[in-house]
Design a protein around this ligand. Structure first.
Ligand code: S3P
Length: 168
């Protein structure tokens, strides 16, 4: 059975939706961020702070490789995993890829009270979100489906994804 792969910017709901989908479809849920934190024994913020982003991206590549080799799982990939072409290829090999999208303002509202995302711990997060969205749009476009989550409930988006899954 194919994996369901969720990509998209931070705060677009990959983990929440992934867990919901996994429960409904009785599939295991896997998050590349969780795999990295477990393997490294520290949080993503700590990894970025002490070892730097490149170290994190290398760990992410390994986590993606491991997750992509599984079958019949729901995978939430970290928001920047798509920056590496190899990650996209691996995730798509055995998976249907959905990109969750939301407006910059929505992303800001959803992420502003959480401090575990080092890339957004800056003086002007809205500008940073817009810059990163612009830099990454061509990578996010590589998913099989684009799902706009703006103004939608978890249930609505979950059912939208299930509807698409029935057609593939
Ligand atoms: C990142 C997204 C984060 C996490 C790390 C870097 C990114 O995951 O992997 O902070 O570059 O967009 P989420 O998208 O699950 O927040």
């Amino acid at each position: 059975m194919k994996n369901i792969v969720l990509i998209g910017f931070m705060g677009t709901g990959k983990s929440v939706l992934g867990k919901r989908l996994a429960k409904l479809l009785k599939m295991p849920f896997i998050s590349t961020d969780d795999i990295i934190e477990q393997k490294e024994g520290r949080t993503i913020s700590e990894i970025f702070g002490s070892l730097g982003e490149q170290y994190f991206r290398d760990a992410e590549k390994e986590a993606v490789k491991g997750a992509s080799a599984m079958e019949g799982v729901v995978i939430a990939a970290g928001g920047g995993a798509v920056l590496n072409e190899e990650n996209i290829t691996n995730l798509k090999k055995n998976g249907v890829m959905f990109c969750l999208t939301a407006s910059a303002q929505d992303i800001y509202e959803r992420t502003k009270n959480y401090k575990h995302r080092p890339l957004l711990n800056v003086a002007d997060p809205v500008t940073r979100i817009k810059e990163l969205l612009a830099e990454r749009s061509m990578f996010y476009a590589k998913a099989n489906f684009q799902i706009d989550t703006t103004g939608k409930s978890v249930e609505e988006v979950t059912h939208e994804i299930i509807k698409w899954l029935k057609k593939v």
